[in-house]
Design a protein around this ligand. Structure first.
Ligand SMILES: Nc1ncnc2c1ncn2[C@@H]1O[C@H](COP(=O)(O)OP(=O)(O)OP(=O)(O)O)[C@@H](O)[C@H]1O
Ligand SMILES: [Mg+2]
Length: 328
């Protein structure tokens, strides 16, 4: 099947800033492709290229087989974009906004109204919100309407730039459901996110970019396998034992500690024996534990291992994070 996006050697500078550096990326149809990367990695710049809002300095970009540089109008017919900041008009009602967008897509009055109504229903905005001006919407409602605006034209490819940033957990779940429904209906989705759990939940394929380049890609499972072995995670009863346990581990142990949550995470270099070894050590030291378990690395740990930094500040709570020996 033809890839929905095929970028080869995409390069873009803003003045002295290299936002994209020979970025090559393929997104396939039939699932969500999630683009992950730290702030400034080039995620929005890439999305803006696919949306034909920017042209590359070098490289080629095909969207559903169409050359996005040579035929941007053709590409625009196929895509919907919900950008990082809301693009709806605060002075209009939700319904008016969506009808307007439909007309901008070239739909006639009747089709624009019908599509707008269908989208409002689907996004749960049909009842009270649809006929109120957007100025009075909550942030979550605005985001939903913004997504709605990108759906009115029934795009084949939907581009979502951090669609759930700033949403409360309930709104976030609702949006995830909508995204899953869209994929099931046959819409291809390429989204950026700062949230690893979001990528884990939604994406069939994850592309991690940093400094404008792809540095890792694969299914969520493949990335977890690639970036690390299992870990032993110990929950300690007393935060002062965090350092004691760390100090007692063999010198070359890959370990991260988090005093705030009283957790010590140890790479399971010896497989299941690592669990027994850790338990024995804890016992010898007379340290009281609340929990101990062996588990696969989280995507957060994968991200940290690959980029050398957390996906968002909140995930790096260590006072002194030390993850040694990870492949870079
Ligand atoms: N219009 C612009 N003019 C100048 N520099 C820009 C412009 N757009 C992006 N950049 C720079 O290009 C780099 C990549 O930015 P981009 O917005 O693509 O990152 P991002 O991965 O989307 O980050 P974030 O997670 O913060 O949204 C950054 O260094 C940014 O400052
Ligand atoms: Mg961005």
């Amino acid at each position: 099947m033809q890839p929905v996006i095929e970028a080869v050697g995409l390069t873009k500078s803003f003045g002295k800033t290299r936002a994209l550096e020979h970025l090559s990326l393929v997104a396939e149809s039939g699932h969500v492709t999630a683009i992950l990367g730290p702030n400034g990695a080039g995620k929005t710049t890439f999305i803006r290229h696919v949306a034909t809002l920017l042209a590359p300095d070098a490289g080629t970009l095909r969207v559903a087989g169409i050359d996005a540089v040579r035929d941007p109008r053709e590409v625009r017919r196929l895509i919907g974009l919900a950008g990082q900041s809301a693009a709806v008009d605060p002075a209009l009602t939700g319904r008016e906004n969506l009808r307007l967008v439909g007309r901008l897509y070239g739909l006639d009055r009747h089709a624009a109204a019908a599509n707008a109504d269908a989208v409002l229903t689907r996004l749960g905005l049909a009842d009270d919100a649809a006929d109120r001006v957007v100025r009075g919407y909550s942030g979550g409602m605005r985001r939903r309407l913004d997504l709605g605006a990108s759906l009115v034209g029934r795009p084949r490819l939907l581009l979502l730039d951090e669609p759930t940033t700033g949403l409360d957990p309930q709104s976030r779940n609702d949006l995830w459901d909508t995204i899953r429904w869209l994929v099931a209906e046959g819409t291809d989705i390429v989204m950026t996110t700062q949230y690893l759990d979001e990528a884990d939940q939604l994406a069939g394929r994850i592309v991690i970019i940093d400094h404008g380049r792809v540095i890792a890609e694969g299914t969520p499972d493949a990335l977890k396998t690639q970036a690390g072995r299992d870990v032993v995670e110990v929950g300690l009863h007393d935060r002062h034992d965090v350092e004691r346990l760390r100090a007692a581990l063999p010198h070359d142990t890959e370990v991260t500690t988090d005093a705030a949550t009283r957790r010590v995470t140890i790479a399971a270099t010896a497989g299941s024996r690592s669990l027994a070894d850790t338990l024995r050590l804890v016992d010898e030291l007379g340290i009281e534990i609340d929990s101990i378990a062996m588990r696969r690395p989280t995507l957060d740990e994968v991200f940290l291992a690959i980029t050398g930094q957390g996906a968002n500040a909140a995930t790096v709570t260590d006072d002194a994070p030390e993850t040694a020996g990870v492949a870079r």
